[in-house]
Unconditional design. Structure first.
Length: 305
């Protein structure tokens, strides 16, 4: 087996159907298997996969285990020489799996590669978030202070003066990139099937791929973006890069709360300065204690941080 494609699913019936359809349609001249690790979906995903894709290996976790843990369940039974972690909200536009495989197999520096990824596209075929830099605790503290100030200002205007002034920022426009990066997003992460491909299960969602690739960097293994695979990442188009996003609304989401939890966990695992971590933790709690955000955050952060 050349490649094991592992997809985590949680109530994304229509999206994962499109994803799997695109894999079978586009992937040629390579031996592959598809493993779906389902995190307790109740939207008919499991029944649909069993009915329409009998060759897909389905793992029923019966609970939302989080992104990394669910992927690890798939990795434990994967038979491929390589692992391709793929989001359920992606669609392959070409023979991307083969392109990743051939690049690694034919590279003169194949023993120095730790992970591969591509330039992801949104539904308008524009480049969307595909890679990033390792987190810096100093920059995250500064960013969080700015967020705290903005959310406090917004809340005063809303609660005291009943005046809504959205705090909006333009979305960053991404550009195509080829070469080494700090980390590749977990939406399309191509790795060798070794122990290095396992995620740290302490992360429920977010930062797990950054943590994994930080460990690859410590082993001097390269993380490389190549331009031959063409993959649409649908979630990247949920907010158009040409529109504006309300920052206050963003911080009330389930995803953003978990990102902040994972961010602090990431710094703890990197053995960053404890006082800085405590200060970042303190600022995060102040953000969440804002009356606009508190109801969404209270059921999560007391348990996690």
């Amino acid at each position: 087996m050349d490649v094991s494609i592992i997809i985590v699913n949680y109530n994304t019936k229509d999206l994962i159907k499109n994803c799997i359809d695109s894999i079978y349609e586009q992937t040629k001249d390579i031996k592959f298997e598809i493993i779906v690790s389902d995190n307790g979906s109740v939207d008919g995903s499991i029944e649909m996969i069993k009915s329409e894709f009998p060759n897909v290996i389905l793992i029923e976790n019966n609970a939302n285990l989080g992104f990394g843990t669910a992927n690890n369940r798939g990795l434990k039974i994967a038979k491929g020489k390589y692992i391709f972690y793929l989001n359920s909200d992606t669609v392959l536009l070409n023979n991307a799996v083969k392109y990743f495989y051939d690049y690694w197999e034919n590279s003169p520096e194949k023993e120095e590669i730790g992970a591969l990824g591509g330039n992801l596209l949104d539904e308008k075929n524009e480049i969307t978030h595909s890679y990033g830099f390792f987190l810096s605790i100093n920059s995250e503290i500064i960013s969080s202070i700015k967020v705290l100030i903005n959310i406090t200002r917004f809340s005063i205007l809303k609660i005291i003066f009943n005046k809504e002034i959205p705090d909006c920022v333009p979305q960053k426009k991404e550009k195509e990139y080829i070469g080494e990066v700090d980390y590749i997003t977990g939406a399309d992460l191509f790795l060798k099937n070794t122990h290095d491909a396992y995620f740290d299960e302490d992360f429920f969602m977010y930062c797990e791929e950054t943590d994994l690739q930080y460990k690859l960097a410590e082993k001097n293994l390269k993380r490389i973006i190549i331009n031959t695979p063409k993959i649409i990442h649908i979630s990247g188009a949920s907010t158009s890069k040409h529109n504006k996003m309300n920052r206050v609304s963003y911080f009330t989401t389930f995803s953003s709360i978990h990102y902040y939890i994972s961010r602090i966990l990431y710094f703890r695992k990197r053995n960053e300065n404890k006082l800085k971590i405590q200060f970042l933790n303190f600022i995060t709690h102040l953000i969440w204690l804002n009356p606009i955000i508190y109801k969404k955050a209270k059921s999560i952060y007391y348990k996690k941080i």
